[in-house]
Design a protein around this ligand. Structure first.
Ligand code: 5GP
Length: 214
């Protein structure tokens, strides 16, 4: 069975690094490449980190129902194309979505069994430090992102797991452990349905026995 992993975090929590490490450690995972109206940053490449599209193209896709979820984040639009989730499910592969809190809420409504992880920096000071270290945002933007982080963190209990990113290696190990635990749980749910005391199993066996009596 294919699993959907939702990963969200306030900007500056180190989520991109953790997601990158997770994908490197586990190449069986499919990364859902989102569509965005924002401009590429630094080394970002079309189709790798994002599909970069115009606002008109984004709205046209949204109106066609291409997005399984979408949300405005800061001053741009971001959305997950259905095909990533559909393709992963068709291939029985697990898919990772790096999406914001609003998108995660929509996705959980559509895929309640999705496993969700909220990543956060250990403190406001640390978050500010990490945002500043990026060097590509103004103090005004940093203030805006810190205020947004405070709002997003309030939503933590909607996530199945919370990961405080104090140390990248440790947090990467823990994220991988969450993925593996979810897979083991899915396996055990699947095999639990085969237990002899399960009502459906008992019914099935009596049906089979019935075929011997004919
Ligand atoms: P950035 O522009 O820094 O790459 O991402 C800004 C925020 O947009 C991040 O919190 C990221 O998780 C979120 N985001 C990226 N892709 C999507 C998406 O497809 N849907 C939603 N709802 N949020 C997204």
């Amino acid at each position: 069975m294919s699993q959907v992993f939702i990963i969200s975090a306030p900007s500056g929590s180190g989520k991109s690094t953790l997601v990158r490490n997770l994908l490197e450690r586990d190449p069986s995972l499919i990364f859902s490449v989102s569509y965005t109206t924002r401009e590429p940053r630094g080394q970002e490449q079309e189709g790798h980190e994002y599909h970069f599209v115009s606002r008109d193209a984004f709205v046209a896709m949204k109106d066609c129902g291409d997005f399984i979820e979408w949300a405005p984040v800061f001053d741009d639009f971001y959305g997950t194309h259905r095909r990533y989730v559909d393709q992963a499910r068709a291939e029985g592969r697990d898919v990772v979505l790096d999406i914001d809190v609003k998108g995660a809420r929509q996705l959980r409504e559509r895929i309640p069994e999705a496993v969700s992880v909220f990543i956060l920096a250990p403190s406001r000071e640390e978050l500010e430090k990490r945002l500043r270290a990026r060097g590509d945002v103004s103090e005004q933007v940093i203030r805006k992102r810190v205020a947004e982080a405070a709002r997003e963190i309030q939503d933590f209990s909607q996530y199945g797991y919370v990961l405080v990113n104090e140390d990248v290696e440790e947090a990467s190990d823990l994220l991988q452990a969450i993925v593996e635990a979810a897979r083991r749980q899915a396996d055990s749910e699947q095999t639990a349905r085969l237990r002899s005391e399960d009502a459906a199993v008992r019914t099935r066996v009596s049906q089979i026995l019935g075929t011997f009596e004919r």
